[in-house]
Design a protein around this ligand. Sequence first.
Ligand code: NAD
Length: 398
Amino acid sequence: MTSNNSEQVARGPKTSGETVGVVFVGCGYAADFYGATMPNYPHIEVKGAFDVEEDRAATFVEEYGGRVFNDFDEVLADPGVAIVVNLTSVSKHYSVSKAALLAGKHVYSEKPLASSLPEATELVELARERGLLLSSAPSTIFGQAGQTLLRAVHDGLIGKPRLVHASLDMGALAFMPYTEWRSRRDVPWPYLDEVANGCTMEHAGYQLSWLVAMFGPVVRMAAHTSLQLGDKWPTRTQLAPDVSLGFLEFANGTVCRLSIGWVAPADLSLTVIGDKGILSVGDVWQASAPVMLRRNVRTSGKTNAYLAEPEQLPFVIPAAQHRYTDTHDLTVGAGVADMASAVLKGGQSFLSADFSLHVLDVTLRLAAGRGVMEDVTLPASDDEKLARPPVAADTAAR
Ligand SMILES: NC(=O)c1ccc[n+]([C@@H]2O[C@H](COP(=O)([O-])OP(=O)(O)OC[C@H]3O[C@@H](n4cnc5c(N)ncnc54)[C@H](O)[C@@H]3O)[C@@H](O)[C@H]2O)c1
């Protein structure tokens, strides 16, 4: 699925010609998603792993192959390593990716590409100067649901797409047993990092990567954020907003209302409304989520009667054989595999550096939430419902 319309990039590190050497830097919770799905891709050779916590690299290679690298310099000095997969904590993405690029390695980074636009832009320029590939997760677009939806929109099954409703609401995190979550290798879910980064930085890319792939870049947008459940976390926990709402307009004219958060019950759906019908995926994290089509029909009925019964579209690609399944069916390694194909065959990876930079740019704008916030002033009133401040519904319960 590599892009063939982009200019060829000069090849970086040597490959065997048939396989591409990959090392995982950072072997925490998310590393299991990658390790478990690598056997899907015979053109990838897992050379091993490095983590500042050595035992994490040790358990990773024990489970998924390769050897432990004793320090990062050893990774960078190994001529057999073509791609560094950066699975470190978000605050380390920039420095680790930069060092890898400077050492002449292609870099596949977990999201976000970096924590700021200047840092990410520097990485993109560095990759371009050196003829290296640089990509950022998420790679969920490579799953059966993503590919099938992309094809259906592209093939015009619903005519011109007009409006998208997209959500990445994960449920009310503060009320979940987040301290108990463990990966396959028993690595705890790093909730302190997650809530400090916030729902937008952690999750906007899951919807944005699909939307930009379908409709082109975002050309206009507005965004608001709010922290609603801040008082439900232990005191002094560093928190970012847990509610994020965006209104996006894409280059092709399609508009989208995007909801991301850790307050509302789980809703990870994507619905594309077009002139001839609607396409929907119930859960964009689920690689094999059914893609449903409802065609517009002529009817004398009211409300939704103009929409035919939902029909499931056949998947346009087969299911990946090796998956990581906990709450979701994930084929996370597909992005690295796509980059490895580009290393072997030339061309850009689908999640190109420019694509990843744009997704980050919009993510940062969503997280900043600089949308126009109007003050609403009230004339004096005797109606106590209009008295300020309103009485919080749960005040008595606290
Ligand atoms: N946790 C999830 O559910 C999840 C899901 C998808 C993607 N991600 C993304 O994956 C990335 C990692 O998240 P995680 O949940 O695995 O975090 P984590 O804290 O469990 O793992 C990060 C690992 O990186 C290591 N590390 C930190 N700095 C390093 C350095 N300079 N060199 C080598 N190793 C270093 C840490 O020791 C740790 O083992 C983040 O970008 C996150 O957004 C997380």
